[in-house]
Design a protein around this ligand. Structure first.
Ligand code: PLP
Length: 395
């Protein structure tokens, strides 16, 4: 993959990598949307690098080149969704293999592990709190059949952090072949680069920050390992979990402003998190960028900043939480996150409903727990919205 801005900074790479006008005959400054499903061959099996659009597409190539560059990875592949990327990655394993996974995970990943991968493919999953300082539970969970360690950090929804470097070191000492995979969706490559911390694979839901405009569902996997990349490329085509050329074009467009957006998400989220912390109707705030977060020091060590995701416990119960969510006017009550618009939701009633109830209780996903995705509106308008809704809910 041509990376002619290898030494450039993040925002420069986001704008130029995969976007060389000279790759097109017409020298277009913006990637072309190639809708063709098939490509002319000059002799049987002799082609220009493209045969059939499931196995490769010029617009998709532009996006994959750019995403690899942003994650400082050799390779990137895109998939029809974040969960599609997870599926491809788990197909690297065989029946009888075992995964040790972080206990607090995106609800859909948890559901895929427990309801699909384990029962249908015979890959066992053990959930462990890897964020604990004491790593003995993690070490105890590693079996001879453990082939993959699945990290999510910061976690969705309770914003726990996992020390990627420490976990990767333990995992690779146990078995140098162990695949350490990090779901980097919440941080985005702008704030965290797991491959530089010892991870083997990074997975993203591009649906969230990287696309950031709430109009594309897509996933990606990045690695420096040539062999793993080739296997994943085979699976991308063989399983058929590919995104459309138009969606690839949209993400190419969105990624140009990722750096700008992340800076603004962080600025506003810090102000909102501080405001919530001082609010009399709020019990507790979870934001890794605040010194009150139990892992604030780790956040400073392994991340370059924090995104727009905040967790908060309301004073009260389900009734107050529901009233609060319905009283907000600027924050839209909806699943998903990472877009330009502010969103809010109740993980226990919405995104994490598929997580078994006892597991939810253990993780602290109670009915008074609210997840905010702070968007790019004027932050003073957001503060006013939260304040008024809290007063209505708790009066
Ligand atoms: C949304 C999300 C996913 C799943 O991605 P989709 O694009 O919705 O399939 C995976 N991990 C995390 C952390 C997410 O937030």
């Amino acid at each position: 993959m041509a990376k002619y801005t290898q030494d450039a900074s993040f925002s420069t790479k986001a704008i130029h990598d995969g976007n060389d006008p000279d790759q097109w005959k017409c020298r277009a400054v913006v990637p072309l949307i190639s809708l063709s499903t098939t490509f002319k061959q000059s002799a049987p099996g002799v082609h220009s690098g493209f045969e059939y659009a499931r196995s490769g597409n010029p617009t998709r190539n532009c996006l994959e080149t750019c995403l690899a560059s942003l994650e400082q990875a050799k390779h990137a592949l895109v998939f029809s969704s974040g969960l599609g990327a997870n599926t491809a990655i788990c197909h690297l394993l065989e029946s009888g293999d075992h995964i040790v996974a972080m206990d607090d995970l995106y609800g859909g990943t948890n559901r895929y592990f427990q309801k699909v991968l384990s029962p249908s493919y015979g890959v066992g999953v053990t959930f462990v709190d890897m964020s604990a300082d004491d790593k003995s539970a993690f070490i105890a969970a590693l079996k001879p059949s453990t082939k993959m360690v699945w990290i999510e950090t910061p976690t969705n929804p309770t914003l726990k952090l996992v020390d990627i470097e420490a976990i990767a070191k333990i995992a690779h000492e146990k078995n140098p072949e162990m695949i350490v995979c990090v779901d980097n969706t919440f941080a985005s490559p702008y704030f965290q680069k797991p491959l530089l911390l010892g991870a083997d694979l990074v997975v993203h839901s591009l649906t969230k920050y990287i696309n950031g405009h709430s109009d594309v569902v897509m996933g990606a996997a990045m690695t420096n390992n040539d062999q793993m990349h080739e296997k994943l490329r085979f699976l991308q085509n063989a399983i058929g979990i590919v995104p459309s050329p138009f969606d690839c074009y949209l993400v190419c467009r969105s990624v140009r402003t990722l750096a700008l957006r992340m800076k603004e998400h962080e600025k506003s989220a810090t102000i909102v998190a501080e405001f919530l912390s001082k609010h009399p109707l709020i019990e507790k705030v979870l934001y890794p960028g605040l010194p009150s977060h139990p892992q604030h020091e780790l956040a400073k060590k392994q991340m370059l900043g924090n995104s727009g995701m905040i967790g908060a416990y309301l004073k009260g119960g389900k009734l107050e939480a529901e009233k609060f969510l319905q009283s907000l006017k600027l924050f839209t009550l909806a699943e998903s996150l990472g877009g330009f618009e502010s969103l809010v939701e109740s993980p226990s009633l919405m995104t994490h409903l598929s997580v078994p109830e006892d597991m939810r209780r253990e993780l602290g996903i109670s009915d008074s727990f609210i997840r905010f995705s702070v968007g790019l509106e004027d932050v003073n308008d957001l503060l006013k919205d939260i304040d008024e809704a809290l007063k209505k809910a708790c009066s």
